[in-house]
Design a protein around this ligand. Structure first.
Ligand SMILES: [Zn+2]
Length: 414
């Protein structure tokens, strides 16, 4: 049974039936799914959730499907890691990492949104699916489409990391590199969706796709013992994820699973693509598009679709947004790996580097319970890193001792 009531315009409130549409006909505002929270409240209790499988579908009443899900059945319930060594290095008290870099099947949080979007594509009886992507979404649509038996049409900017392209091609998807940036790719996908019956998960299925991100927030609250954190730091590309974590905490309080959240929301961007951070710093919600130039390619969206709403969430909750240089991103990737054993992609490096900056600015303090969102795996963006060249040794004990700086005396004593 479904608790979905329909689609509603986020700008003017006009209501629509459940169809594969994303834009309001009246005002061109984005559409959003809305639910019967009163009915959900009577069904979805903490005990009910605790008795269910450890996947994102344990919160299925809050997701926009009419029937049981058919795609991505094992997705979700990633670890919330207490990062004590990292907290010490940064000088804060309680720091947690919500680690979606270990998400199945493709090592990023996009598996959540794709599970919902492709299940919805099947309910709408689409025979083919697609996406505009900076890499992680491409990986996820390709993998989930293969497993579900959908042909997939995946359009990407042609300058993506090689490993992200490989991890899309391997699933047999139709991968089309486009000369241009993400914003050009997205425009082209809208044109194709207008002419062909392809379910583009982040274009014509956008209202449904975005709902999958809420599970990232539900899990954080459940893993903290049904409490919202004091602060979350979230990477921002199109700006959707930060608004959906906000929505998730709001919904949980609406149905009585947590107390009203007092969480401050902080957005992370790279200096080479910072339209949302720039707007927050300028005290406006109007986004001025930029031309991206950063190693954090998964965040390289110059004209973010949800930028206006992301700045709203940040300013209305008393948060802030910062941006960091490529050098700061790489150094944060190393810090996370060396302190917590977590290898994140450049987006995670951006999030951690921004967290560090927020602590230095006094916007986050030792009193705060902080969660940082790590949304993708470092194996995908290794090209961004240059590490020290390693020297080979002869296969001899003496050669190892001299390379490791051991002396004979130390070896003998041990
Ligand atoms: Zn409208």
């Amino acid at each position: 049974m479904s608790y979905v009531k329909g689609l509603k315009c986020r700008e003017c409130g006009a209501q629509y039936k459940l169809e594969a549409v994303a834009i309001c006909e009246e005002c061109f505002g984005p559409l959003e799914v809305y639910y019967d929270y009163e009915a959900i409240k009577t069904k979805l209790t903490r005990e009910e959730i605790a008795g269910r499988q450890k996947t994102m579908w344990r919160y299925r009443e809050l997701l926009p499907l009419e029937n049981d899900p058919t795609v991505g059945l094992n997705t979700g319930c990633t670890p919330l890691v207490r990062a004590a060594r990292l907290a010490k290095a940064l000088g804060v008290g309680e720091l947690f990492i919500k680690n979606d870099a270990v998400q199945h099947p493709t090592l990023s949080f996009k598996d959540r949104v794709v599970a919902v979007a492709l299940s919805k594509a099947r309910e709408f009886k689409f025979e083919a699916v697609g996406c505009a992507s900076t890499g992680n979404l491409a990986n996820s649509v390709a993998a989930n489409a293969a497993a579900a038996g959908f042909p997939a049409y995946i359009l990407i900017p042609d300058n993506l990391e090689k490993s992200k392209i490989t991890a899309t091609q391997i699933y047999g998807a139709n991968v089309v590199p486009v000369k241009g940036n993400y914003d050009d790719v997205n425009r082209l996908c809208s044109e194709i969706a207008g002419r062909y019956p392809i379910a583009f998960v982040n274009v014509n299925l956008r209202p449904f796709y975005g709902e999958g991100s809420k599970t990232f927030g539900y899990e954080i609250a459940e893993q903290l013992g049904w409490q919202a954190p004091d602060a979350v730091v979230v990477p921002m590309a199109g700006g959707s994820l930060i608004t959906k974590i906000y929505k998730a905490f709001g919904e949980l309080s609406k149905i009585g699973l947590i107390e009203e959240a007092q969480t401050r929301f902080f957005g992370a961007q790279a200096a080479g693509c910072n339209p949302i951070a720039a707007a927050v710093k300028a005290g406006t919600r109007d986004i001025r598009p930029v031309k991206p130039n950063t190693i954090a390619k998964s965040l390289a969206i110059g004209n973010p679709a949800d930028g206006y709403f992301a700045t709203g969430v940040i300013t209305n909750t008393g948060g802030w947004s910062e941006d960091v240089t490529d050098a700061e991103i790489i150094s944060a990737m190393k810090l996370l790996a060396e302190t917590e054993g977590i290898f994140t992609e450049t987006a995670g490096g951006t999030t951690l580097a921004v967290t560090k900056k927020l602590i230095e600015q006094g916007r986050l303090s030792a009193k705060d319970r902080i969660v940082i969102a790590i949304t993708g795996n470092g194996l995908k963006t290794q090209e961004a890193l240059t590490l020290e060249d390693l020297k080979s040794i002869e296969p001899k004990l003496s050669a190892f001792e001299s390379a490791a700086g051991f002396t004979r005396a130390v070896t003998a004593a041990a």
